[in-house]
Design a binder for this molecule. Sequence first.
Ligand code: T4K
Length: 368
Amino acid sequence: MEYPIFVTRPYLPPKEEYDRLTDEIWNNRWLTNQGAVLQRFEAALADYLEVPQVSTVVNGHMALDIAIKALELTGEVITTPFTFASTTHAIVQNGLTPVFCDIDEHTLTMDVSKIEALITERTSAILAVHVYGHPCDMQAIENIAQKHGLKVIYDAAHAFGVRVDGKSIVTYGDISIFSFHATKLFHSVEGGMLYARDPELLRKCNLLRNYGIENEILVSSPGGNAKMSEFHAAMGLLVLKRIDELIEERRTITQRYRENLKDLPGLLLCDSTAPNASYNYAYMPSRILPEFPVDRDELYESLKESGIYTRRYFYPLTSDFACYENKFANAQVSVAKMVASQILALPIYNGLTSEEVDYICQCIRRSG
Ligand code: T4K
């Protein structure tokens, strides 16, 4: 067994394969700015996702930033506080106001029945998150957005490989984004991607990742630099080759957890896969309910003493971050607050062995 056991570990492809691609990069002497490897990576992604083209970027956060800029959002954006810092910060960093919607206790995504009450004349968009890779109620969000003339961005950072009604989850909303961070099921060390069904909008995203440069003399928008390098694209290409096997291995790990912990009172393994969606087994979130003998933080500490580093994804809520100094204290997010106080993401990654899962489960049982 490998100690400590982290909440996640990046999958690494065979080193020789990466070496072959870096040799190619060396020979080309072309390191970034839409090089040959990146073009192959984008083509492979488009092929896997069954879309005409995609726009890769340096990370998921910049993908969100570009999505907000490309859609020219203004005023208020309705969003979830039960997410990683990036989602809320991207809104705030663009001079917009996040308006927090509570979450559904079962799916842990935005409670769509509470969105309309939050819409004002300043609302320009809904930025929803497919938390842990579980799809939001996209039909309801689409209906609300159409009725009120709002744009929709999906933060699909956790949802690579998920399909809804037979289509990649990235094809929904005005723009969807992925994160390809090292801690993700699918990664390119650092990286991210945008997709927009409207080719003009996707073109705008492409321009925004490269200073708005159309050609050597025409600069059409004040964009920044969010281009992915050849080295990152090389890693992405190699991980993508194996993505289906990686998802399958995680499915087996998830099943073992479920089998081991199924009759443990007070510990709920979150499972909210919609009947019309596939799942990618990106995370192993659990909720430590009041009937469990110890609370979430006590369990977190006791597992740490046994060398198991779980994470409280997502606690605290982003609306409670110190940097926002009670700005959002009035947000009506009681379900999100309760879930954030109970949530514990258990280790899951490619290479986590059955023995390690059994050990983690034994330690959980012993703590209780
Ligand atoms: N939207 C959502 C909903 C997101 O969850 C995220 C990112 C984003 C947007 C933004 O996407 P990016 O800009 O990041 O592409 C991690 C990731 O850094 C972050 O990508 C991810 N969400 C978030 C949920 O998790 P931390 O601060 O928890 O990472 P860290 O460094 O503590 O790593 C977690 C564990 O992983 C470590 O304890 C050990 C292991 N690890 C980590 C790294 C980096 C390794 O074994 N090897 C490694 O190289 O945020």
